[in-house]
Ligand binder design. Sequence first.
Ligand SMILES: [Zn+2]
Ligand SMILES: [Zn+2]
Ligand SMILES: [Zn+2]
Length: 144
Amino acid sequence: MTQPEIIKKFKEKGYKITPQRRAIIDVLVKSGKPPTAKEVLRKVRVISPEVSLDTVYRNLKLLSEMGYLIQINLRSSERSRFEILKNGEQCHHHLVCIGCGDSVCLRQCVLSEQDLKAIKEKGYEMVGHAYEIYGYCPKCHKKK
Ligand SMILES: [Zn+2]
Ligand SMILES: [Zn+2]
Ligand SMILES: [Zn+2]
């Protein structure tokens, strides 16, 4: 999704658009490789020097809960990466290298219709889920 599309959704849901929030969304949308929270912080601080890591995390959480952001869980949570979903995309998952932290998108969700049905039947409202495949990328595999 683009930054204006996400900002429109925030407004529709009654969230305030602060310059910091705008900058955080901007950094996420423009990042080639999905950034970590600290990388987001570093880039946002160029525009909004007073922004805190807490604010970054709060916004990442909100974007995830609204379904616009995927969290890619590396083995240490500090290094989780965040990727804005494409328009109309519900979810996808990742291959993660435990050597260098590189990640590759798998263009599909692993939840089946049956899983989704079971979640509903159990009375849960799903706000997110995680699924990563850990291993070594070809570069790291060669080094071993
Ligand atoms: Zn690697
Ligand atoms: Zn991805
Ligand atoms: Zn999924």
